[in-house]
Design a protein around this ligand. Sequence first.
Ligand code: URA
Length: 217
Amino acid sequence: MTQQLLVYVPPHPLIKHWLAVARDAATPSVLFRSAITELGRWLTYEAARDWLPTLETTVESPLAPCPATVIDPLVPVAVVPILRAGLGLLEGAQTLLPLAKIYHLGLVRNEETLEVSCYLNKLPEKFDPETRVLITDPMLATGASIMTAMAELTQRGVDPALTRIVCVVAAPPALRQLSSAYPGLTVYSATIDEIVNEKGYIVPGLGDAGDRIFGTI
Ligand code: URA
């Protein structure tokens, strides 16, 4: 069976609601931040469904032993927020994955050339090949940042098939590149918008996610 990029847009009312709040240009920064946090929470919940490793065990209830399914503590779980804007999705993800290691990756794009450069890299030299990696980056637009992040991760041993990307808006240029380079990868997005303008912004999108999260507009 040939692998292909999987893109899920979960049809969940909470995801739709917080996306609407985030898209609204009249939403102030403090509420925008909450909306992105909630989207991080619910999209991570969806992404964890078939991704978090579990094991079968037995627990003693107050009345009798019973079979139980628990999260496997021996399989490493990592969250990689792409700075700046990926930090907005981190809190919601972290509440669901409290034991995950957080590895920050700071990428900035030149607003003229749209080229991406890395100014902070807290990734370990080598990942355990079993590591479940969740990348948070709200906007997959041209694909430059997410492709840089995926290259940094895979050259350190991360398996794309064990990787989930959580984003808020994904656009075709980014999805096309991910699809041809990493066919086993899975993306969870609140929505897909078709247009990326000449400045690299998604239309209608939600504007500059980093500026709106951190109030630097
Ligand atoms: N980054 C953003 O913050 N917004 C876009 O629309 C595209 C990239």
